[in-house]
Design a protein around this ligand. Sequence first.
Ligand code: COA
Length: 258
Amino acid sequence: MSVISIETVDRIAWVTLQRPEKLNALNTEVLKELDCAFAGLEHDEKVGVVVVTGAGEKAFVAGADIGELRELDSASARRQGLAGQAVFNRIEQMPKPVLAMVNGFALGGGCELALACHVRVASETARFGLPEVSLGIIPGYGGTQRLPRLVGKGVALDMILSGDLVGAADALRIGLVSRVFPAAELKAGTEKLARTLLSRGPLALRQALTAVHQGLEMPLEQGLQFEAALFGLLAATEDMKEGMAAFLEKRPAQFKGL
Ligand code: COA
């Protein structure tokens, strides 16, 4: 890997985009390496939680690489959009939690990358936006679909049509992020959250992700049936027995993912 680094410490994999001189803009190489990284992390038993972030002080990811975008024609733009979407779909469909640790600008494809992650946490200095219309295009890596599903159609259309940037406090207010930390505490705060997730039942986390992602695409009654089926599956696991025994015995649970 040359434009992404992966460091795994105590079951947390830190995936860092490493193009700080270009504000970590997503070029073809970054997308390829991200795809490859997540393919590996999905099956890596030493990893329980993944954190995605950008190198440097200034940016998480400042968007798709505009130098590459300007070369696209109609057919290649469609292919590029689908290829980027496929990478972000892989991230969203990860069976273990993926956190976006947004440390600066998360614009265009960077905002879309954060949207594909399961939980978004940000530093007070983070800024979000989908400024594509100012380039004469629309968001192409899922932004027009995931943003309205997350924050509602009205706020999403405001962001998509105006291209205006949103600061961390407003991102928290509209539900685009769920936690904001002072810049100096971002890493520690993210790590603490990751450790909390690691202490939970891994099979439960997996099924919770499935229930929310797949269930949201269903009518309510079908989604509730789906939830009940997954709830039933978990009742057959060793982890459930352990979780409940640990509670009753007033000790931390030792989940095995079985
Ligand atoms: N694609 C390619 N290169 C990018 C980029 C992107 N999306 N975003 C930033 N860069 C590059 C700049 O071209 C510059 O490279 P250079 O030093 O070789 O000229 C470098 O990163 C630093 O960016 P710069 O614009 O000088 O920083 P700034 O602090 O003045 O502004 C931003 C920061 C984020 C406001 C500004 O870079 C920006 O608007 N970027 C594009 C955002 C965007 O439209 N994203 C959606 C793309 S679909």
